[in-house]
Design a protein around this ligand. Sequence first.
Ligand SMILES: CCC[C@@H]1OCC(CO)=C1C(=O)O
Length: 215
Amino acid sequence: LMSEPQATAFAQPRTTVRRGSDPKQERSARTRLRVLIGAAELFTERGFRHTSVKDVADRVEMTKGAVYFHYPTKESLAVAIVEEHYGRWPKILDEVTKEGRGPLDTAARMLECAAIAFQDDVIVQAGARLQLERPQIDAELPTPYVGWVSLLESLLTSAQEAGELRPGVEPGRAARSLVSAFFGSQHVSDVLSGRADVVERWRDLSELLFRSIRG
Ligand SMILES: CCC[C@@H]1OCC(CO)=C1C(=O)O
């Protein structure tokens, strides 16, 4: 249905626990993830500038030294969280693809799953806030949005080839519009409701947008 490139559209995280690695490595990976989640909670609540490594250490009940062992700077925590957040989407693409929908419905389902992740997943919430705060973060963060544009452009190109798109709809332009729309919808929800209504808001906008491009 879809070629390999989509799954590589996003930065790959370096914190996944590889199966079968030795117990010491697994324990270290679990600790790294625990630190990431603590940092993500604080970055989401207070932002990058007003969070210190000490705050993260206190939140996860570890010493500052133990946190520094895994993440030598606050910036390295931010980079790891943003990468971990982008690493979510290829996994969701795998699951959604297995459900066997056509490419246009796969795109719609992917974005709905993203909305659910923005509602429930503190790593995703922190990734979004850190990307907004890029100018304050002296580190190489992945370029935002482009992974989703690439993924959606691939899916919409497949949809066009399968006759699922309205004539005249250009996959690249439609992909860029979907990404802007999703970003705005989740941002409005975050500001007005702390994302309590992010899935409902996205479902309303998604209905409007996919109705306008479906063949
Ligand atoms: C799917 C829309 C794009 C997505 O929404 C918030 C955000 C954070 O920067 C995104 C990204 O960088 O891909």
